[in-house]
Design a protein around this ligand. Structure first.
Ligand SMILES: CC(C)(COP(=O)(O)OP(=O)(O)OC[C@H]1O[C@@H](n2cnc3c(N)ncnc32)[C@H](O)[C@@H]1OP(=O)(O)O)[C@@H](O)C(=O)NCCC(=O)NCCS
Length: 188
């Protein structure tokens, strides 16, 4: 018998040793544009690189609107030492019936390889499984995106399947074979 269900709530503040995870605000548009327009960052992602800051503003406006229709889980990753927005992370609900979601994240290039994605994902998995009522959280990466696989492992996720041949289409690269990782709730 499932012990939890996804709660009717939107992205609360999450604090880690170096980061604050908080909902996006329109003032984050220049920061979002800085990485969303960087094709090295968007290479394996499912959206086209932003060509205009107005696109970044529209995306944030959509996130703000979606946050008014909980459950919705999406955060700006803010470095506490200088209050700089350095990335984004979210838990997309895949099935409310099964309490299943998928984690996705990205970090601005200037902040890569300092453990920020791992720190963010660890906090979001903990929140999702311990507080928000998810039973199962998946994360997928292109087989070529080995850094993201490392992040998933370092955050405690288990490799469940892959390479999956049909799973995922990156905007720039087309269909990508993907590895699927998973984290489970203890509450089942
Ligand atoms: C993948 C990504 C989120 C990692 O963010 P990050 O903050 O640099 O991640 P961390 O610092 O927590 O960990 C990265 C790990 O990957 C390793 N790594 C970095 N580049 C690598 C590469 N090309 N090949 C293999 N490992 C690599 C790092 O050494 C580190 O491992 P370590 O701690 O054992 O040294 C970031 O590169 C990114 O935003 N990329 C573009 C968007 C993206 O791919 N998102 C994920 C989609 S599935």
């Amino acid at each position: 018998m499932p012990g939890t269900t996804i709660k009717h709530m939107s992205s609360p503040l999450l604090t880690t040793s170096r980061l604050l995870l908080r909902p996006f605000v329109l003032e984050d548009a220049p920061a979002l544009f800085s990485w969303a327009s960087d094709t090295e960052v968007t290479r394996f992602l499912r959206f086209a690189a932003h060509s205009d800051i107005e696109e970044s503003r529209k995306v944030i406006t959509r996130w703000i609107e979606e946050s008014r229709r909980p459950p919705f889980f999406h955060w700006a990753i803010v470095r506490r030492s200088d209050d700089r927005t350095i990335g984004s992370i979210g838990l997309e609900i895949q099935s409310l019936h099964d309490n299943r979601g998928e984690a996705g994240y990205c970090i601005a290039k200037h902040a890569w390889n300092q453990g920020y994605a791992t720190e963010s994902l660890t906090a979001v998995l903990d929140f999702g499984l311990e507080r928000a009522g998810f039973h199962r959280i998946e994360a997928c990466h292109s087989v070529a995106n080995t850094a993201s696989g490392k992040v998933m492992r370092k955050a405690g996720m288990l490799l469940e399947a892959g390479p999956l041949h049909h799973y995922y289409r990156a905007d720039m690269l087309g269909y990508q074979d993907a590895m699927m990782y998973v984290a489970f709730s203890e509450h089942f």
